[in-house]
Ligand binder design. Sequence first.
Ligand code: NAP
Ligand code: HSE
Length: 446
Amino acid sequence: MTSLQERKITKNLPSPQRFKVGMIGGGTVSSSAYAILSGDSSGNHLLSRIEVVSVAVRDLKKIRLIPQDILTDNPDSIVDDPNIEIVVELMGGTEKARELIERALRNGKHVITANKSLVARHGNELDALAARAGVSFKYEAAVAGGIPILRTLKTSLGANKLRKTMGIVNGTCNYIVTQMSDHQMSFTDALAKAQELGFAEADPTFDVGGRDAAEKNVILSKVAFGKDVDVSQVLADPELVKGITSIESRDIECARKLGFTIKLLAVSEIKPDGKLLFFVSPHLVENKHPLAAVKDAYNAIFIEGDPVGDLMLYGKGAGGGPTASAVVGDILNVVEGISSGVPVISASTLGSAEFATLSKEMHSKFYLRLLTQNCPTAFGGIMWLFGEANIAPEMVQQSITDRGLLEIVIITEAVSSQKLHNALRIISGLPYFEKTVNALPLLEAS
Ligand code: NAP
Ligand code: HSE
């Protein structure tokens, strides 16, 4: 930047020239955000004008990197402090966080959060409240951590008609399946390691059960397609949200032998009739597809749009540093807005979303792993019922498990998910049938 430009920006800064920030939460993300805001500001001159004046935590006695003299155990004191212009909510949870954010917005403060649960459930009301108060409500960090996906979808890709997003948006799940696949780690050990590394939610069932990815997909659907998805409705429907808890080492091994890798994908797609196909499920992703190369806690969002074509954004989706990068990016965006005198742009300018009518009709090839008792009629009986349902297999393998059961692995032709589930329901009624371990869609490289 030239000194002339610098002088111009400095001249435009309102008084007071320092922007006072209050953070609610002093954990993984907040500590990293604090380190950026209190560290070397040579990369961006605006950083030196931002001062974290107060950080609310639950336990004042915990050892942390944030100085003791700015800690408080009273988050209300932050949202009510007239000197604080920007409130950063990083405590998590929905009820208390919502109450504090609402109060902060009503008090005329800009609010930044990484709280996807909250944004997926109450984002619309909070967007509207921020717009009425003339302040910003920003949540770039809520989806895919360090990847600047929301602003990219809305601004850089604003010229496009977007058709579909497919995201690896849960770092914990991606870390677990990568460790199971590349290092033969058990599911339990991999989850414990993800918790130790600070990727997992306070309740890790939110990660492995698919809820976290579903909440992020709700936000993506709104930003990419202007479709408002009822998060409670999708979370209540096991056909729409599946996590990785059913994935066994054996599935990972079968996938590998077939040239695929297992990934939890959050899919959102506008169908020609305007309905939204919304689901979260583990997929078998062909190794040649770019999403297959996304490992560990990395996230990626593969986007199909017109005229841009296909593109993929890739980066670290969890952990203190990457998430704090997005949080501080939002703070800088607010500060830039204030200091340039441009009216503050609220997330509500993302546009009002219309209520989504959901479609469950997915057309795909499927990977099936079925277990039956090992009796002479089992294999023939199951294959006959697939034939009756008009579902042709592209590949079938059978083997005997350690427990003496017959395991049948099938790759189907492309079929509708409803047709497949109907067939599996009928097959599950066979007297010798044990269970469908997994029925996962395939994502092939085009
Ligand atoms: P965390 O490490 O558990 O930190 C939460 C912080 O909030 C802790 O410092 C805790 O205080 C404080 N806190 C909780 N309830 C409080 C209350 N009632 N009053 C005052 N302070 C309270 O969580 P995190 O991993 O940083 O995540 C924060 C948010 O970012 C969550 O919404 C999460 O979903 C989101 N997020 C996290 C990541 C990630 O990789 N970690 C990525 C993207 C988004 P104590 O320290 O005293 O317990
Ligand atoms: N628990 C989340 C994940 C944190 O693993 O992706 C980032 O949102």
